[in-house]
Design a protein around this ligand. Structure first.
Ligand code: AMP
Ligand code: MG
Length: 339
Protein backbone atom coordinates (compact mmCIF):
# COMPACT_ATOMS: atom_id res chain seq x y z
CA UNK A 1 0.00 0.00 0.00
CA UNK A 2 1.21 3.51 -0.82
CA UNK A 3 2.43 5.45 2.18
CA UNK A 4 0.67 8.74 2.96
CA UNK A 5 2.61 11.83 1.99
CA UNK A 6 4.78 12.84 4.94
CA UNK A 7 3.50 16.41 4.76
CA UNK A 8 0.28 15.13 6.36
CA UNK A 9 -0.27 14.34 10.00
CA UNK A 10 2.77 15.95 11.51
CA UNK A 11 3.49 16.02 15.23
CA UNK A 12 5.22 19.29 16.03
CA UNK A 13 6.99 20.44 19.18
CA UNK A 14 6.85 24.25 19.45
CA UNK A 15 9.06 26.51 21.55
CA UNK A 16 8.04 29.99 22.70
CA UNK A 17 10.46 32.42 24.33
CA UNK A 18 9.80 35.91 22.93
CA UNK A 19 9.34 37.69 26.29
CA UNK A 20 8.24 36.56 29.78
CA UNK A 21 7.21 33.01 28.87
CA UNK A 22 9.26 29.94 28.12
CA UNK A 23 6.72 27.51 26.73
CA UNK A 24 6.77 24.16 24.99
CA UNK A 25 3.68 22.76 23.33
CA UNK A 26 3.04 19.70 21.20
CA UNK A 27 0.40 19.55 18.46
CA UNK A 28 -0.69 16.56 16.47
CA UNK A 29 -2.48 17.31 13.25
CA UNK A 30 -4.34 14.04 13.13
CA UNK A 31 -5.59 13.94 16.72
CA UNK A 32 -9.09 15.30 17.28
CA UNK A 33 -7.99 17.71 19.98
CA UNK A 34 -4.91 18.82 18.00
CA UNK A 35 -3.11 20.21 21.10
CA UNK A 36 -1.48 17.38 23.09
CA UNK A 37 0.35 19.49 25.64
CA UNK A 38 1.11 23.07 26.54
CA UNK A 39 3.56 23.64 29.40
CA UNK A 40 5.10 26.94 30.38
CA UNK A 41 7.27 28.70 32.92
CA UNK A 42 6.64 32.43 33.29
CA UNK A 43 9.25 34.95 34.44
CA UNK A 44 7.84 37.44 36.92
CA UNK A 45 9.80 40.66 37.42
CA UNK A 46 10.24 41.94 40.97
CA UNK A 47 7.39 44.14 42.27
CA UNK A 48 7.51 47.60 40.72
CA UNK A 49 9.62 46.59 37.70
CA UNK A 50 8.94 45.66 34.09
CA UNK A 51 10.54 42.74 32.22
CA UNK A 52 14.34 42.83 32.37
CA UNK A 53 15.27 41.06 29.11
CA UNK A 54 18.48 39.48 30.40
CA UNK A 55 16.85 38.27 33.62
CA UNK A 56 13.96 36.83 31.63
CA UNK A 57 16.50 35.06 29.38
CA UNK A 58 18.24 33.61 32.46
CA UNK A 59 14.87 32.37 33.69
CA UNK A 60 14.25 30.68 30.33
CA UNK A 61 17.68 29.00 30.35
CA UNK A 62 17.07 27.61 33.84
CA UNK A 63 13.62 26.26 33.00
CA UNK A 64 14.09 25.05 29.42
CA UNK A 65 14.97 21.40 30.06
CA UNK A 66 12.22 20.91 32.65
CA UNK A 67 9.55 22.49 30.47
CA UNK A 68 10.52 20.33 27.47
CA UNK A 69 10.44 17.16 29.60
CA UNK A 70 7.09 18.08 31.16
CA UNK A 71 5.55 18.86 27.80
CA UNK A 72 6.68 15.55 26.29
CA UNK A 73 5.46 13.66 29.33
CA UNK A 74 2.06 15.44 29.31
CA UNK A 75 1.66 14.45 25.65
CA UNK A 76 2.77 10.88 26.42
CA UNK A 77 5.52 11.16 23.82
CA UNK A 78 9.29 10.99 23.47
CA UNK A 79 11.53 13.02 21.16
CA UNK A 80 11.58 10.14 18.68
CA UNK A 81 7.82 10.58 18.17
CA UNK A 82 8.19 14.23 17.15
CA UNK A 83 8.27 14.90 13.38
CA UNK A 84 9.15 18.59 13.29
CA UNK A 85 10.21 21.36 15.66
CA UNK A 86 9.06 24.99 15.52
CA UNK A 87 10.47 28.03 17.28
CA UNK A 88 9.12 31.52 17.78
CA UNK A 89 11.71 33.40 15.69
CA UNK A 90 10.37 36.91 16.38
CA UNK A 91 9.27 39.58 17.06
CA UNK A 92 10.43 39.80 20.66
CA UNK A 93 13.21 40.61 23.09
CA UNK A 94 16.53 39.45 21.60
CA UNK A 95 18.06 37.84 24.73
CA UNK A 96 14.85 35.85 25.26
CA UNK A 97 14.47 34.93 21.58
CA UNK A 98 18.06 33.69 21.52
CA UNK A 99 17.40 31.17 24.30
CA UNK A 100 14.48 29.64 22.38
CA UNK A 101 16.49 29.58 19.17
CA UNK A 102 19.49 27.89 20.80
CA UNK A 103 17.32 25.28 22.50
CA UNK A 104 15.42 24.64 19.24
CA UNK A 105 18.58 24.27 17.15
CA UNK A 106 20.10 21.94 19.73
CA UNK A 107 17.03 19.68 19.68
CA UNK A 108 16.85 19.85 15.89
CA UNK A 109 20.48 18.78 15.47
CA UNK A 110 20.50 16.19 18.23
CA UNK A 111 17.32 14.44 17.10
CA UNK A 112 17.64 15.23 13.37
CA UNK A 113 14.26 16.93 13.04
CA UNK A 114 13.55 19.83 10.66
CA UNK A 115 13.20 23.19 12.42
CA UNK A 116 10.68 25.86 11.36
CA UNK A 117 10.91 29.55 12.30
CA UNK A 118 7.45 30.82 13.23
CA UNK A 119 6.21 34.42 13.43
CA UNK A 120 4.96 34.93 16.98
CA UNK A 121 2.01 37.17 15.98
CA UNK A 122 0.84 34.76 13.29
CA UNK A 123 1.00 31.98 15.89
CA UNK A 124 -1.44 33.94 18.09
CA UNK A 125 -3.82 34.28 15.14
CA UNK A 126 -3.59 30.67 13.99
CA UNK A 127 -4.19 29.06 17.38
CA UNK A 128 -7.14 31.44 17.73
CA UNK A 129 -8.62 30.42 14.38
CA UNK A 130 -8.13 26.74 15.12
CA UNK A 131 -9.52 26.74 18.67
CA UNK A 132 -12.49 29.05 18.01
CA UNK A 133 -13.45 27.88 14.53
CA UNK A 134 -13.19 31.37 13.01
CA UNK A 135 -12.22 31.37 9.36
CA UNK A 136 -11.14 34.80 8.22
CA UNK A 137 -11.46 37.19 11.16
CA UNK A 138 -10.24 40.66 11.99
CA UNK A 139 -7.79 39.77 14.69
CA UNK A 140 -7.32 42.07 17.67
CA UNK A 141 -4.04 41.23 19.32
CA UNK A 142 -3.67 42.99 22.65
CA UNK A 143 -0.76 41.85 24.79
CA UNK A 144 2.08 43.18 26.91
CA UNK A 145 4.25 43.84 23.86
CA UNK A 146 1.80 44.14 20.96
CA UNK A 147 -1.34 46.02 20.01
CA UNK A 148 -2.32 45.24 16.45
CA UNK A 149 -5.49 44.98 14.41
CA UNK A 150 -4.74 42.37 11.77
CA UNK A 151 -6.66 40.93 8.84
CA UNK A 152 -5.85 38.59 5.98
CA UNK A 153 -5.66 40.19 2.54
CA UNK A 154 -3.77 39.37 -0.65
CA UNK A 155 -1.87 36.35 0.70
CA UNK A 156 -0.61 37.92 3.91
CA UNK A 157 -1.75 38.88 7.37
CA UNK A 158 -1.83 42.69 7.08
CA UNK A 159 -1.64 45.09 9.97
CA UNK A 160 -4.54 47.54 9.58
CA UNK A 161 -3.86 49.43 12.80
CA UNK A 162 -1.39 49.37 15.65
CA UNK A 163 0.08 51.34 18.51
CA UNK A 164 2.55 54.04 17.67
CA UNK A 165 4.27 53.72 21.03
CA UNK A 166 3.65 51.22 23.84
CA UNK A 167 1.25 48.27 23.78
CA UNK A 168 -2.07 48.46 25.65
CA UNK A 169 -0.95 45.71 28.07
CA UNK A 170 2.27 47.56 28.75
CA UNK A 171 0.31 50.80 29.33
CA UNK A 172 -1.98 49.06 31.86
CA UNK A 173 0.91 47.36 33.68
CA UNK A 174 3.00 50.54 33.67
CA UNK A 175 0.14 52.61 35.08
CA UNK A 176 -0.55 50.03 37.80
CA UNK A 177 3.16 49.97 38.72
CA UNK A 178 3.40 53.76 38.91
CA UNK A 179 0.31 53.76 41.13
CA UNK A 180 1.90 51.11 43.37
CA UNK A 181 -0.87 48.58 42.65
CA UNK A 182 1.29 45.54 41.81
CA UNK A 183 2.12 43.39 38.83
CA UNK A 184 0.62 42.35 36.46
CA UNK A 185 -1.59 45.40 36.51
CA UNK A 186 -4.25 44.24 34.04
CA UNK A 187 -6.47 42.22 36.39
CA UNK A 188 -5.98 44.78 39.19
CA UNK A 189 -7.15 47.64 36.93
CA UNK A 190 -10.15 45.52 35.87
CA UNK A 191 -11.25 45.11 39.49
CA UNK A 192 -10.72 48.71 40.61
CA UNK A 193 -12.29 50.17 37.44
CA UNK A 194 -15.54 48.32 38.23
CA UNK A 195 -15.97 50.60 41.26
CA UNK A 196 -15.62 53.81 39.24
CA UNK A 197 -18.70 56.01 38.86
CA UNK A 198 -17.61 59.28 37.35
CA UNK A 199 -16.07 59.59 33.88
CA UNK A 200 -13.07 61.91 33.79
CA UNK A 201 -11.90 63.18 30.44
CA UNK A 202 -8.51 61.78 29.37
CA UNK A 203 -6.59 62.00 26.05
CA UNK A 204 -8.27 59.85 23.38
CA UNK A 205 -5.55 59.29 20.80
CA UNK A 206 -6.56 57.63 17.55
CA UNK A 207 -4.62 58.71 14.48
CA UNK A 208 -6.22 57.23 11.40
CA UNK A 209 -6.03 53.51 12.20
CA UNK A 210 -3.22 53.85 14.72
CA UNK A 211 -3.27 54.34 18.45
CA UNK A 212 -1.10 55.88 21.14
CA UNK A 213 -1.12 55.06 24.85
CA UNK A 214 1.78 56.93 26.48
CA UNK A 215 -0.04 60.29 26.73
CA UNK A 216 -3.01 58.79 28.54
CA UNK A 217 -0.77 57.04 31.09
CA UNK A 218 0.96 60.35 31.90
CA UNK A 219 -2.35 62.25 32.04
CA UNK A 220 -3.88 59.61 34.36
CA UNK A 221 -0.91 59.82 36.74
CA UNK A 222 -1.13 63.64 36.76
CA UNK A 223 -4.83 63.54 37.63
CA UNK A 224 -4.13 61.00 40.38
CA UNK A 225 -1.48 63.29 41.88
CA UNK A 226 -3.99 66.16 41.81
CA UNK A 227 -6.31 64.13 44.03
CA UNK A 228 -8.84 62.50 41.65
CA UNK A 229 -10.42 59.31 43.10
CA UNK A 230 -8.50 56.19 41.96
CA UNK A 231 -11.63 54.18 41.07
CA UNK A 232 -13.00 56.95 38.82
CA UNK A 233 -9.62 57.43 37.19
CA UNK A 234 -9.05 53.77 36.35
CA UNK A 235 -12.64 53.43 35.14
CA UNK A 236 -12.06 56.42 32.83
CA UNK A 237 -8.64 55.15 31.70
CA UNK A 238 -10.13 51.77 30.85
CA UNK A 239 -13.21 53.12 29.07
CA UNK A 240 -11.09 55.54 27.02
CA UNK A 241 -8.37 53.10 25.94
CA UNK A 242 -10.82 50.29 25.17
CA UNK A 243 -13.07 52.68 23.19
CA UNK A 244 -10.02 53.62 21.10
CA UNK A 245 -9.44 49.94 20.33
CA UNK A 246 -13.10 49.32 19.49
CA UNK A 247 -13.21 52.31 17.12
CA UNK A 248 -10.24 51.10 15.08
CA UNK A 249 -11.44 47.50 15.09
CA UNK A 250 -14.88 48.49 13.84
CA UNK A 251 -13.30 50.46 11.02
CA UNK A 252 -11.17 47.46 10.06
CA UNK A 253 -14.31 45.26 9.92
CA UNK A 254 -16.15 47.87 7.87
CA UNK A 255 -13.32 48.41 5.37
CA UNK A 256 -12.54 44.75 4.79
CA UNK A 257 -16.14 43.53 4.86
CA UNK A 258 -15.14 40.70 7.20
CA UNK A 259 -17.78 39.51 9.65
CA UNK A 260 -15.78 37.76 12.38
CA UNK A 261 -13.74 39.28 15.18
CA UNK A 262 -11.11 37.32 17.08
CA UNK A 263 -9.71 38.76 20.30
CA UNK A 264 -6.44 37.45 21.79
CA UNK A 265 -3.38 38.34 23.85
CA UNK A 266 -3.21 38.72 27.63
CA UNK A 267 -5.46 41.81 27.67
CA UNK A 268 -8.21 39.79 25.95
CA UNK A 269 -8.85 38.35 29.43
CA UNK A 270 -10.23 41.73 30.47
CA UNK A 271 -14.04 41.29 30.78
CA UNK A 272 -14.82 44.92 29.97
CA UNK A 273 -12.86 44.78 26.70
CA UNK A 274 -14.73 41.61 25.74
CA UNK A 275 -18.07 43.27 26.52
CA UNK A 276 -17.32 46.39 24.50
CA UNK A 277 -16.13 44.37 21.49
CA UNK A 278 -19.18 42.10 21.78
CA UNK A 279 -21.57 45.05 21.73
CA UNK A 280 -19.87 46.51 18.65
CA UNK A 281 -19.99 43.12 16.86
CA UNK A 282 -23.65 42.61 17.73
CA UNK A 283 -24.53 46.01 16.31
CA UNK A 284 -22.86 45.15 13.00
CA UNK A 285 -23.99 41.52 12.85
CA UNK A 286 -20.43 40.19 13.18
CA UNK A 287 -19.38 37.05 15.05
CA UNK A 288 -17.33 37.67 18.22
CA UNK A 289 -14.83 35.10 19.45
CA UNK A 290 -12.25 35.29 22.17
CA UNK A 291 -9.30 32.92 22.37
CA UNK A 292 -9.40 30.72 25.50
CA UNK A 293 -7.19 32.09 28.27
CA UNK A 294 -4.90 29.07 28.07
CA UNK A 295 -3.94 29.90 24.48
CA UNK A 296 -4.55 33.68 24.48
CA UNK A 297 -1.20 34.50 26.04
CA UNK A 298 2.24 33.40 24.91
CA UNK A 299 2.63 29.63 24.85
CA UNK A 300 4.30 26.75 23.05
CA UNK A 301 1.07 25.26 21.63
CA UNK A 302 0.62 28.40 19.47
CA UNK A 303 4.06 27.85 17.98
CA UNK A 304 3.65 24.09 17.52
CA UNK A 305 0.36 24.51 15.63
CA UNK A 306 1.82 27.27 13.44
CA UNK A 307 4.88 25.11 12.76
CA UNK A 308 2.54 22.54 11.21
CA UNK A 309 0.94 25.27 9.08
CA UNK A 310 4.35 26.69 8.11
CA UNK A 311 5.28 23.32 6.69
CA UNK A 312 1.99 23.15 4.79
CA UNK A 313 2.75 26.64 3.49
CA UNK A 314 5.93 25.14 2.02
CA UNK A 315 8.11 27.41 4.11
CA UNK A 316 11.66 26.08 4.14
CA UNK A 317 13.14 24.70 7.38
CA UNK A 318 15.65 26.98 9.11
CA UNK A 319 19.32 26.58 8.38
CA UNK A 320 21.57 26.39 11.41
CA UNK A 321 23.11 29.80 10.63
CA UNK A 322 19.74 31.59 10.52
CA UNK A 323 19.07 34.01 13.35
CA UNK A 324 16.22 35.47 15.39
CA UNK A 325 14.19 38.32 13.83
CA UNK A 326 13.45 40.77 16.63
CA UNK A 327 11.27 43.09 14.49
CA UNK A 328 9.66 40.50 12.22
CA UNK A 329 6.30 41.76 10.97
CA UNK A 330 3.33 39.57 10.10
CA UNK A 331 3.04 41.00 6.58
CA UNK A 332 6.57 39.86 5.71
CA UNK A 333 5.32 36.26 5.69
CA UNK A 334 3.55 34.94 2.62
CA UNK A 335 0.79 32.75 3.98
CA UNK A 336 -2.16 30.78 2.68
CA UNK A 337 -5.29 30.92 4.76
CA UNK A 338 -7.14 27.88 3.44
CA UNK A 339 -5.04 24.77 3.34
P1 AMP B 1 0.69 38.77 27.17
O1 AMP B 1 1.89 39.59 26.74
O2 AMP B 1 -0.12 38.28 26.02
O3 AMP B 1 1.04 37.70 28.16
O4 AMP B 1 -0.28 39.78 27.95
C1 AMP B 1 0.14 40.48 29.10
C2 AMP B 1 -0.94 41.46 29.50
O5 AMP B 1 -2.14 40.78 29.89
C3 AMP B 1 -0.54 42.28 30.71
O6 AMP B 1 -0.93 43.63 30.47
C4 AMP B 1 -1.36 41.71 31.85
O7 AMP B 1 -1.65 42.67 32.84
C5 AMP B 1 -2.61 41.28 31.14
N1 AMP B 1 -3.34 40.21 31.83
C6 AMP B 1 -2.86 39.00 32.19
N2 AMP B 1 -3.81 38.28 32.81
C7 AMP B 1 -4.93 39.03 32.83
C8 AMP B 1 -6.27 38.83 33.36
N3 AMP B 1 -6.64 37.72 33.96
N4 AMP B 1 -7.14 39.85 33.19
C9 AMP B 1 -6.79 40.99 32.56
N5 AMP B 1 -5.56 41.23 32.06
C10 AMP B 1 -4.64 40.27 32.19
MG1 MG C 1 2.43 37.35 22.56
Amino acid sequence: MRKRATVDNMICLGIESTAHTFGVGICDEKSRKKILSNVKAVYKPPLGFGIHPKEAAEHHKKNAVDVIKQSLSAAGLEMKDIDIIAVSQGPGLPPCLNVGMTVAKTLSMKYKKPLYGVNHCIAHIEIGRMTTGTRDPIFVYVSGGNTQIIGYAARRYRVFGETEDIAIGNARDLLARRLGLGNPGGPIIDEIAKKGKKYIELPYTVKGMDLSFTGIVTATLKKYNSGVRLEDLLYSFQETTFAMLVEVTERALAHTGKNELLLAGGVAASPRLQDMMKIMCKERGAKFKCVKKEYAGDCGANIAWTGILARKNKIKPLKMNEKIKQNWRTDEVRWTLKL
